[in-house]
Design a protein. Structure first.
Length: 499
């Protein structure tokens, strides 16, 4: 039985009645293992685990042991930002009990150990937004036990990485970079987020899990540490916590592709919306999943995109190209080696004047600003423009300020774009504080975007009359060079439009 993770609530029927299932109960409490039911008896279980673990799994067992008999395994992580370690919960660990062999559908198979401690670590994936969840490659095994007649087999479908070259392989030593390790420990489970912040599971967990099925939770540790504990209204938390409002029927005008990017001519991830510049979607990976993201439904490529001949041919065909924008996802989730490949290829484009990157990593994961990245910036043939993304002054702490200063010292020109978000920064005092904080960190306030009407984000909208009053009050509090331009985007427009 094969199905996408978004269809996990389907219960086997008819001829499939012999398949007993582990199913999520969307209306039940999901704390401490409650909320999933284990049915055993006829030998085959379908186990739709959390998307961060696997997409599809079939488990054949004669008996499911207790929590003291847990199978675990290790995997070598070829691309740590893509294939990461996630923590399995009680019922998920229970379902992996007494396994002897695990097989990927690409033919790579490896054994697992038995009777390990109950904290099973599973190599899962961050994966691109709203895409099939792939697994990593190159398993590593500590020991293989001879399997008897009661051997259990777990089948995991990983079609997105059937080709071992699909995953980006970091250069020697780069997979151990501190920023990759921080990203590997990012919070992906709503229950863990609530527990870390001292928030009421009874109130928040079930809707958070439901909303996270369609657009997963991802919060790196540095950002998490800035969120106030026991405060469900915290503006930083509101940007990352999945809410039941995301599942409400969208208001008129809210669509999966609010900027019409999938309808643009061309291909190869090149979006030529405006004259003399082109945006390249290099990856679907991010270091944080912002709940208001206008590309939360975007059909990202199954792997990071490099400067292959088709991409370069598409860029060369654009008339009077002066600027290339690396975007995503977040281009700084790419290895510095891959970024260098991009810059070397783009340097051959005639007439190119600058390179721009749209990134949130210096804000949410400042460790990404390491020596290798700074060296790359210093050696570029242009002065690059880095457009960072902060919405609230508390996102910018001392570590972020230091990272921004290093980027500026390396030669990058720093701009910031924000989104006007209800419950986050819809207050002229907050926005004024943000502008001053950015300026003191060496960043020029650039754009304040009207929310793009993407399905799942309507609860962030600020009504136009109120938005205009906020912008007017902001202009009265700040010198002109600190007032970001309040703009909106319209599909087909040849520039951003004053909102």
């Amino acid at each position: 039985m094969r199905r996408r993770h978004s269809q996990r609530s389907v219960v086997p029927q008819g001829e499939d009645a012999d398949f007993l299932a582990l199913e999520p109960l969307l209306g039940a409490r999901h704390g401490d293992g409650v909320g999933l039911i284990l049915l055993k008896g006829l030998g085959v279980h379908e186990m739709p685990v959390r998307p961060v673990l696997v997409e599809i799994a079939h488990l054949d067992v004669d008996d499911v042991g207790g929590l003291e008999c847990i199978a675990g395994f290790e995997r070598a992580l070829d691309d740590p930002p893509r294939s990461e370690v996630a923590q399995a919960h009680t019922v998920e660990r229970l379902a992996f009990a007494r396994l002897d062999e695990l097989v990927l559908d690409d033919g790579a198979g490896f054994a697992v150990e038995k009777d390990l401690e109950s904290t099973l670590e599973f190599a899962g994936s961050i994966g691109p937004h709203d895409a099939d969840i792939p697994l990593g490659q190159s398993p590593r095994v500590r020991r293989r036990d001879d399997a008897g007649d009661d051997r259990a087999t777990l089948m995991i479908a990983a079609p997105a990485l059937a080709d071992p070259h699909d995953a980006e392989t970091p250069a020697d030593g780069e997979d151990r970079a501190p920023w990759r390790q921080v990203l590997a420990r990012a919070v992906r489970d709503p229950g863990e987020l609530l527990d870390r912040l001292g928030l009421d599971r009874e109130r928040w967990l079930e809707p958070a899990r439901r909303a996270a099925y369609d657009f997963g939770l991802l919060v790196p540790e540095p950002y998490l540490e800035r969120i106030r504990r026991a405060d469900p209204t915290d503006p930083l938390l509101r940007q990352v916590l999945p809410l039941v409002e995301e599942l409400a029927p969208p208001p008129p005008g809210y669509v999966p592709d609010p900027l019409g990017e999938t309808l643009l001519p061309g291909g190869e991830g090149v979006l030529a919306k405006y004259q003399a510049r082109a945006l390249v979607v290099t990856t679907g990976l991010c270091a944080v999943h912002c709940r208001y993201c206008f590309r939360r439904h975007f059909p990202y490529p199954p792997r990071p995109r490099g400067p292959d001949p088709a991409v370069l041919a598409r860029l060369r065909a654009l008339p009077e190209l002066r600027e290339v924008i690396l975007s995503g996802g977040d281009p700084l989730t790419l290895s510095t080696r891959r970024l260098s490949e991009w810059s070397q290829a783009l340097a051959d484009l005639p007439g190119l004047r600058t390179l721009r990157l749209h990134t949130r990593l210096p804000i949410v994961l400042p460790a990404r600003v390491d020596t290798a990245l700074l060296t790359w910036i210093q050696t570029l043939p242009w002065r690059p423009v880095l457009v960072v993304h902060a919405n609230h002054p508390r996102e910018i702490d001392a570590e972020v300020t230091q990272a921004l200063a290093r980027l500026s010292a390396a030669g990058a020109r720093l701009l910031n774009q924000s989104v006007l978000l209800a419950g986050v920064n819809d207050d002229p005092h907050v926005l004024a504080d943000l502008s001053w904080t950015l300026w003191e960190a060496g960043v020029q306030p650039y754009y304040l975007h009207r929310l793009d009407p993407v399905v799942g984000a309507a609860h962030f909208a600020v009504m136009d009359d109120r938005a205009h009053a906020i912008v007017h009050a902001l202009a009265a509090r700040l010198p002109g060079y600190l007032v970001p331009r309040y703009v909106r985007e319209e599909p087909g427009a040849d520039a951003k439009i004053p909102a």
